[in-house]
Design a protein around this ligand. Structure first.
Ligand code: HEC
Ligand code: HEC
Ligand code: HEC
Ligand code: HEC
Ligand code: HEC
Length: 475
């Protein structure tokens, strides 16, 4: 009977023992200076070690992000009596190291209760302890992942050499297929809210659901494929603390880079992190393809701008402050601008006069139908003109067993034709003269309606990011 009693005792101990976290420094010891085949720790792609790359990502700044902090202040000011519950909610995905133990204990975390470990945001020992349980299903959404309690660190590779890491950290490297699945990211990257004042659940951020409704799952292209692009070459995944590979290990493939670049070039610039900013700009450069064609109909120039979405989700996606639009200019043969759409007033950042601009964005309304930027008042979409990903069909969600999540476009104006994987925007230019046409896709992290007094955007950082340009001539 002894072995059984022993087993029961360990099981109940494991059930009580909370998940354990370590600072990323404890991992950096062996996961920064990844030696490549030539024995150096940089290669053509620059740094490749997880620690260095992760440190310069927004997820490492999720609990320090000044725009996020300003938004918490904004939300709590709208409902001061609920401040504690709101802070706890906002800390759930942005500061999981401190919030997770409170969630398990059934208590709440205040912003002021953040520890220095919690300020590491979405850190190594969060992602690498997420269990497979519930992933990809509604029970895991809105940051409802489950962390293991038996000190395992999940990774993609078979038969890891576990001894050094176990000795230094108490964690056992363990192979687990779910680490490579999009559903791992989908837990936090599906934000469902319960609108204040009642009403149905509201799908606030849904890159994972958008991806699921696209053709990317069938093509085997996951969040990791585009946000943790693998190196072409095999690579050691760990190094001895003083440098050099652990003798029994050999290079592994595919080696994924912890880049996690998204569309946020603004906050990195505000934080003065040049590397993080430039990675976001590079990622934005992969977002779309732009084409422009023009023809004449009864003395009017019809200009079609075709935007092909190359991302695995809507473009833009995720946080509702993101905005993309078309800046179109038509010049006559003297170089004079005879038509312009989507130009900005430099002082306010608002769209300048001229025809209604073609804008790709999400706008929320509250339960009374008024436009709102509050994440907690939002009850439905007043507008969703974001460009769906390739192969997009909203009904794929129900086919995958996910019901009640509506991610179809809303209130798309007649001059935008939204299709799976692309948008065709039509402009009418009243001119019979020969025209030089130039279209540009522009993007900004925070559109004016989402600016917050507690996060003033410095004037020199107000310039939108140019994603692509296309030109044509019409005789
Ligand atoms: C946002 C979640 C996330 C965070 C944070 C994260 N990782 Fe990873 N890590 C992954 C995923 C996913 C993979 C597997 C990627 C693949 O193979 O496509 C991975 C792979 C790895 C690997 C295997 C080698 C490789 O790069 O393929 C190591 C080692 C690793 N991570 C260490 C770390 C360390 C150390 C940190 C903290 C500095 C960290 N990770 C932070 C998600 C994360
Ligand atoms: C379910 C997980 C989750 C919860 C809960 C959550 N967030 Fe987030 N939040 C995210 C993710 C994921 C992103 C990244 C989206 C992106 O980059 O577009 C994000 C991005 C943001 C951003 C944009 C940051 C930037 O630099 O542009 C703000 C602001 C923000 N969240 C505020 C909040 C507030 C306020 C709350 C609480 C009311 C909250 N979040 C709760 C997951 C969450
Ligand atoms: C003393 C060195 C050392 C430290 C410290 C260390 N690791 Fe490791 N890690 C290793 C070695 C060695 C391997 C296995 C390499 C192999 O087998 O190719 C490994 C493998 C991994 C893997 C891949 C496992 C798999 O099966 O795919 C992940 C993920 C990982 N470590 C994450 C972490 C995290 C997170 C931390 C910090 C809590 C950490 N490591 C701390 C040495 C270390
Ligand atoms: C524990 C919750 C959590 C998990 C798991 C998670 N994320 Fe995130 N992620 C966040 C939060 C929170 C932010 C927003 C940080 C901010 O901007 O303040 C974010 C931001 C991002 C960004 C946006 C950066 C930008 O420029 O706007 C990307 C890209 C990203 N995550 C990719 C991933 C991928 C890929 C995975 C899976 C391998 C993943 N995330 C897993 C919480 C998570
Ligand atoms: C085919 C490549 C591809 C796939 C697959 C993909 N992404 Fe992206 N993602 C991009 C590109 C390119 C951008 C930059 C353009 C943008 O911001 O929309 C981006 C941006 C983002 C952003 C930042 C949006 C913003 O502007 O703040 C988040 C968050 C994100 N992706 C999460 C995910 C998650 C989660 C998955 C998996 C469910 C995923 N991505 C799958 C290519 C991809």
């Amino acid at each position: 009977m002894r072995p059984l009693i022993f087993l029961l005792a360990t099981l109940s101990l494991a059930a009580q023992q909370p998940a354990r976290f370590l600072p990323e420094q404890a991992c950096a010891l062996c996961h920064t200076r990844i030696p490549n085949a030539g024995g150096s720790w940089r290669d053509d792609a620059g740094w490749v070690g997880p620690s260095h790359l992760w440190k310069n990502s927004m997820m490492a700044h999720a609990a320090q992000d000044p725009y996020w902090r300003a938004k918490i202040a904004f939300e709590t000011a709208l409902a001061p009596s609920e401040a504690r519950a709101i802070e706890d909610k906002c800390l759930r995905c942005h500061a999981p190291i401190d919030q997770y133990p409170k969630r398990i204990a059934g208590t709440q975390l205040a912003l002021a209760g953040l520890t220095s470990l919690g300020r590491e945001g979405v850190s190594c020992t969060v992602c690498h302890q997420i269990e497979a349980r519930g992933l990809g299903r509604a029970e895991s959404f809105t940051g409802s992942f489950t962390l293991g309690t038996d000190d395992r660190i999940y990774g993609p590779f078979a038969d890891p050499f576990t001894m050094p890491m176990l000795h230094h950290t108490g964690f056992t490297a363990t192979e687990a297929g779910h680490i490579r699945q999009a559903a791992l990211c989908g837990s936090c990257h599906t934000v469902i809210t319960h609108p204040r004042g009642g009403g149905a659940d509201f799908v606030e951020q849904a890159p994972f659901l958008e991806w699921l409704a696209s053709e990317y799952p069938q093509k085997g292209s996951t969040c990791q494929s585009c946000h943790m692009p693998a190196l072409d070459s095999a690579q050691y995944i760990a190094h001895r603390p003083p440098g050099g590979a652990f003798p029994p290990t050999s290079p592994r493939s595919p080696f994924a880079r912890h880049l996690f670049a998204g569309g946020n070039a603004l906050v990195p610039a505000v934080l003065g992190n040049v590397e993080m900013e430039s990675r976001a700009r590079q990622q934005l450069g992969r977002a779309l393809k732009l084409d422009v064609t023009a023809r004449r109909e009864k003395g009017v120039a019809i200009v079609d701008v075709v935007v092909t979405n190359l991302t695995g989700h809507k473009l833009p996606t995720a946080f509702p402050s993101r905005q993309m639009w078309i800046h179109l200019q038509a010049r006559d043969n003297t170089g004079k601008v005879v038509f312009e759409s989507g130009g900005l007033d430099p002082a306010s950042g608002a769209f300048a006069g001229g025809p209604e601009p073609v804008v790709f964005e999400a706008v929320y309304s509250d339960a009374q139908g008024r436009a709102t930027v509050s994440l907690l008042e939002a009850a439905r979409y007043r507008k969703d003109t974001r460009i769906p990903p390739a192969g997009f069909r909203a009904s794929r969600l129900a086919e995958a067993g996910l019901r009640g999540f509506d991610i179809a476009p809303v209130a798309v104006p007649a001059n935008i034709d939204l299709q799976p994987g692309m948008a065709i925007a039509s402009f009418r230019v009243t001119s019979s003269a020969p025209l030089e046409l130039e279209a540009e896709a522009l993007f900004r992290t925070i559109q004016p309606s989402h600016e917050l007094p507690a996060f003033p955007i410095p004037a020199k950082l107000r310039q939108p990011v140019s994603l692509a340009r296309a030109t044509t001539t019409l005789r």
